[in-house]
Design a binder for this molecule. Sequence first.
Ligand SMILES: Nc1nc2c(ncn2[C@@H]2O[C@H](COP(=O)(O)OP(=O)(O)OP(=O)(O)O)[C@@H](O)[C@H]2O)c(=O)[nH]1
Ligand SMILES: [Mg+2]
Ligand SMILES: [Zn+2]
Length: 362
Amino acid sequence: MILQDIGYTDFFIRHFLPYKEKNYIPARVIRENKTNYIVISELGELTAHLSGKMMHAQDKAVKPIVGDWIVVDPQPDNQSAVIQALLPRQTQVERKSAGEKTEVQIIAANIDKLILVVGLDDNFNIRRIERYLTMIYDCGAEPIILLNKADLCENVDDYIAQVEAIAFGTPVLSVSAVNADGLEELEAHLTKGKTIALIGSSGVGKSTIINHFMRYEKMEVKKVSDEKHQGRHTTTHRELILLPNGAIMIDTPGMRELQLWGDEENVAQSFSDIEELAASCKFMDCQHETEPGCSVKEAIGSGELDKKRYKNYLKQLRELKHLAKRKDQLGRHTEKQRCKKFAAQIKDAVKFKKRNNLKSHK
Ligand SMILES: Nc1nc2c(ncn2[C@@H]2O[C@H](COP(=O)(O)OP(=O)(O)OP(=O)(O)O)[C@@H](O)[C@H]2O)c(=O)[nH]1
Ligand SMILES: [Mg+2]
Ligand SMILES: [Zn+2]
């Protein structure tokens, strides 16, 4: 196994250096089981267990997940290994874990591209796509939106236009995985040696797409006779899969609810149109309610801005503000979030200065 073929880049080579002398080897997590991990290394596939120290780590964010590069101590049987360390991640997709706990769930690590799969059937929901985009823009991977099940839809172009209007240049592709329509265009995005994760609701066809490129039923897909079992996830674990064309894919179980984990800055990115409008309101602290000279209200009035989109923006902002409060209470603000907060303050100061300059020129 040539590690470069499975995504071992200079970044990980550099971070592995301190471990080299100990006879440890680098490995990538391809599957998480309940009690162990399947990893791939220069020795091939190994079954790996966390070292005692890693097992007891309280912070979930430091536990390996699919896509991670880790440091392992191979055992004499050449089939098993002990996980000694987690190498830093280049990218990670995260959401708030389901339920009440203020806890992050990392969905995939070290991915180059992230494909959001949406079904062009009853599943289609533009507000949900907006939510996914808030999650995606921050993760460091290149996003792609894939509208699947085009065979079930009569006006695919209308849906593409709807999505493009909120995606600000993110590629939007439409395919039919069962008929293999449009999949060559998708394949052009699946580059050798690059890691591509598929995310989206249950039943949108993520595993069907992977099976098409594997050319056999690698992943179980929902049987038509199972269609009545709504809400049941067919894929129940995340898995990293090497495609025959050399691309590295990660299949994930469908998400039932998507609670955001980032901060307000993420919403500013996914709703940059609204942020831009707000920046040109007459009052800097405009709440876009009853104030005169409100560009947001004007845009809603003229139809330029969809009121439902604006409501979704407010909803996500509220959710992230509440989350920030909870994180503060729990003292869980990471260094990254602190830096972002500082950057946002500077941005506000620059905006303020610009506005004053504009006014003094009027
Ligand atoms: N009509 C139609 N059905 C499709 C298409 N792609 C997938 N399906 C069907 O949709 C159902 C769900 O597909 P899966 O691939 O299991 O969906 P998934 O996204 O992996 O779902 P989870 O593993 O539960 O997250 C299956 O019955 C597929 O045959 C498509 O392009 N058109
Ligand atoms: Mg699946
Ligand atoms: Zn306003």
